[in-house]
Design a protein around this ligand. Sequence first.
Ligand code: ZN
Ligand code: ZN
Ligand code: ZN
Length: 453
Amino acid sequence: MRKHSAVWLFVCISLIVFLFVLSSCSNITSFFMCSNGHTIEEVLAKDSTCSEHGLSHAWRCSVCDKYFEDEEGKIEISYSSLVIPAKGHTPVTDYAVEPTCIVEGRTEGSHCSVCGEIITKQEVVPAFGHVPVVDAAYPPTFDTIGKTEGSHCSRCGATIVPQVDIPALGAQGSTNLSFIENNSGYSVTGIGTCTDTNIVIPSIYNGKTVTRIDNSAFINCLGFTSISIPDTITSIGEFAFSGCSNLKSINIPESVTKIESGAFRGCSSLTSIELPSGITKIYPSTFQLCAGLTEIVIPDKVTVIDSYAFSDCVGLVSIDIPNSVTKIGARVFAGCSNIKELIIPRTVQSIGNGAFFGCAMLQKIEIPSGIKYLDNNLFNGCSGINELIIPTSVTSIGKSVFEGCNKLTTLTYYGTKAQWLLISVGDYWRINSAITYVECKNGRLTVKGGLYD
Ligand SMILES: [Zn+2]
Ligand SMILES: [Zn+2]
Ligand SMILES: [Zn+2]
């Protein structure tokens, strides 16, 4: 029984010693390996970062976790002396951004310029949203467009609800006119069943542009007094308004570059008309018999005034011919019995027969120096002319050129008497006129009488 107790005591003491040794080294291994020398491993140096510490180079025992200066594990140093403290962040300001109506903003924040870590987070500031203001609707007038109601933002000016154009009433035009499709859109071909007294030609028909007033479109229409032409029209056809004797008012837009023959022939109620600046030719009979016309300005790109263009415009008192004109056709001003003043510019190279036939109020005419031929009947019936100048370029005078010029006693000729005598004259060139003398550069000639004078 005693021997038994002694065995138990030995076992207990052994167990206690074992547990003591076990607790003095950190693990089982140390119990076996660290008791007579450390198990050294190298601790590599490590730089510190913004937020993590670094370590200096050292040696360490992997069993007892002690640190040493030397590989032999003789000079122990503390772990804390190896620690290189963290550097801390280098903060940079992230500036605040103001929100706009539609883009969100941010509060001020910061981040580290070295590691990029966010130090102070920027918070989102919501967009303001637009501040709507109503853009009132307004109706169209004849020549200005209208708009539907819309809205915009009073803070940023952005359109919220766009306003939509309402076409000008003029663009809508008179209804029931007739049209035909052409290469570039539509031509107005006639009055159709339209009964408007103030006709408005639309700029758009059937979704396409109205570009032309066709030949004879309104010929002899007496039912309207005014017509408005949109600036989509580029040409007016032959006799388009011929015989519209009640037409008092018309606008021809600058878009029109061609007005064809007889377009306004016999528009006797028209008192004035403004021609677009782009036209280069006045076609034959364009304004013939426009008895009410008192003034007209011929645009300065016009080079040809063709035959009968203004004939029988008895209301015209004066007319300016621009010095772009090189040709005046036959009978252009024939029957313009009230024109008192007319200057033929030096640019004119030819004048057609009877161009001034019956201009009874004309008093003075100077024929420009490029003219070679005074065509038949040129001044026939010009009973008011008392002064007429003939340049040396003239080599022949046609038939009845001065017939009936009964106030014209003396012709002024810039050449010599000898040159005058070389000029050929046609039959009846001065019949029923008062022409008796030709005042030449070197003296006066008396014109001989004769059967065919
Ligand atoms: Zn150790
Ligand atoms: Zn950092
Ligand atoms: Zn806004």
